[in-house]
Design a protein around this ligand. Structure first.
Ligand SMILES: Cc1cc2nc3c(=O)[nH]c(=O)nc-3n(C[C@H](O)[C@H](O)[C@H](O)COP(=O)(O)O)c2cc1C
Length: 339
């Protein structure tokens, strides 16, 4: 049996296979209100029909000013729960487990008005200069992550992922390239970690389900974070009951990245081996054999696919065929397999 199609259980939640759909912004809230629309219902449910084991819904903003764009999904109000519950219901109907990535865009927000970050340094000329967050604003943002977790639970999600990667707010606190604070939230690694530490503690006080954190394990820039430096922070996350690290990289500062098949897998492997925490590998994973290599060589516990699942929502069927595994299609599609 291919490992890709063996179940994986975290905190009593069983994913039927190790295929995870990575969070991907759909920029499809046409009323700029963060609410689920028909597009989201069809898009996410289709990947569930496609037999993806765990589907992680796109970066969903914990505060309106924390949106990457004004078309992002939101979870900053109780009014968002109904639409999110609907996509959870549709995904579950087809046997997928459901996750949501809760996020704040920090200095990479492109919405109207002020934007916020640990320090008043803009990402590049195309972005606004952010307001340096006060201690009160930091507290409010931590509470917003907690409220988002309460709402995610109400909506019925199985997994919460904190977006601490790609140069968004949490990542900005973690990396010395974006955090020049001199108070208790900046300086040495322990202080740069404090914002994430407090978010994890707040979320964990209301959420006992599987908790993932997505990190950018490499900043690809002098003076930035490397995987080796992240080992210390991941060990802290482990003591705070984080279950899995979703290992991505880059985007905290503009940098050239040499992306090739599996380019981020070594970061996942290093974190898994050196901390013993479960990891997910992501980045240009496109074939069943490639996924199987990663899992069998214990370089990650699950694989996340993004763009390949945009091209082919039924990718799990192709991967199963490639690996010689029979997986059950939905009854309605039987004749596509047994003719
Ligand atoms: C359309 C699109 C939207 C994305 N949105 C998010 C997002 O909301 N959150 C996130 O962490 N990564 C996001 N990503 C990055 C993907 O999750 C993934 O890490 C990246 O595309 C590499 O995987 P791939 O080579 O399988 O596409 C996005 C990528 C794409 C293509």
């Amino acid at each position: 049996m291919a490992k890709l199609f063996t179940p994986y259980t975290i905190r009593g939640v069983e994913f039927k296979n190790r295929i995870v759909m990575a969070p991907m912004c759909m920029y499809s809230c046409h009323n700029f209100d963060g609410k689920v629309e028909d597009w989201h219902k069809i898009h996410y449910a289709t990947r569930a029909v496609g037999q993806v084991g765990l589907i992680i819904v796109e970066a969903t903003a914990v505060l309106p000013e924390g949106r990457i764009s004004d078309r992002d999904l939101g979870i900053w109000s109780d009014d968002h729960v109904e639409g999110l519950s609907e996509i959870v219901r549709l995904m579950k109907q087809h046997g997928a487990k459901t996750g949501i990535q809760i996020a704040h865009a920090g200095r990479k927000a492109t919405v109207e008005g002020d934007i916020y970050a640990p320090s008043a340094i803009r990402f590049n000329e195309q972005y606004k200069t952010p307001v340096e967050m006060s201690l009160a604003e930091i507290r409010e943002t931590i509470d917003a992550f907690k409220d988002a977790a309460i709402r995610a639970k109400k909506a019925g999600f199985d997994v919460i992922e904190l977006h601490a990667a790609h140069g968004y707010l949490i990542n900005e606190f973690l990396s010395p390239l974006a955090n020049e604070r001199t108070d208790e939230y900046g300086g040495p690694s322990e202080k740069r970690y404090r914002f994430l530490r407090e978010i994890i503690d707040s979320v964990r006080s209301v959420w006992d389900g599987p908790l993932f954190v997505r990190i950018s394990a490499e900043d690809y820039a002098d003076g930035g974070m490397s995987t080796s430096q992240y080992i210390e922070m991941v060990n802290w996350m482990k003591t705070q009951d984080v279950d899995l690290i979703d290992v991505s990289s880059g985007a905290v500062v503009p940098a050239k990245i040499d992306a090739y098949p599996g380019y981020q897998v070594p970061f996942s492997e290093q974190i898994r081996k050196e901390t013993g925490i479960a990891t997910g590998a992501v980045g240009l994973i496109t074939t069943g054999l490639q996924a199987e290599e990663i899992l069998k060589n214990e370089r990650a516990n699950v694989v996340l696919l993004a763009r390949e699942l945009l091209r082919n929502p039924y990718w799990p069927y192709s991967a199963a065929k490639e690996l010689g595994v029979a997986i059950e299609p939905p009854k309605q599609y039987d004749r596509g397999w047994n003719f």
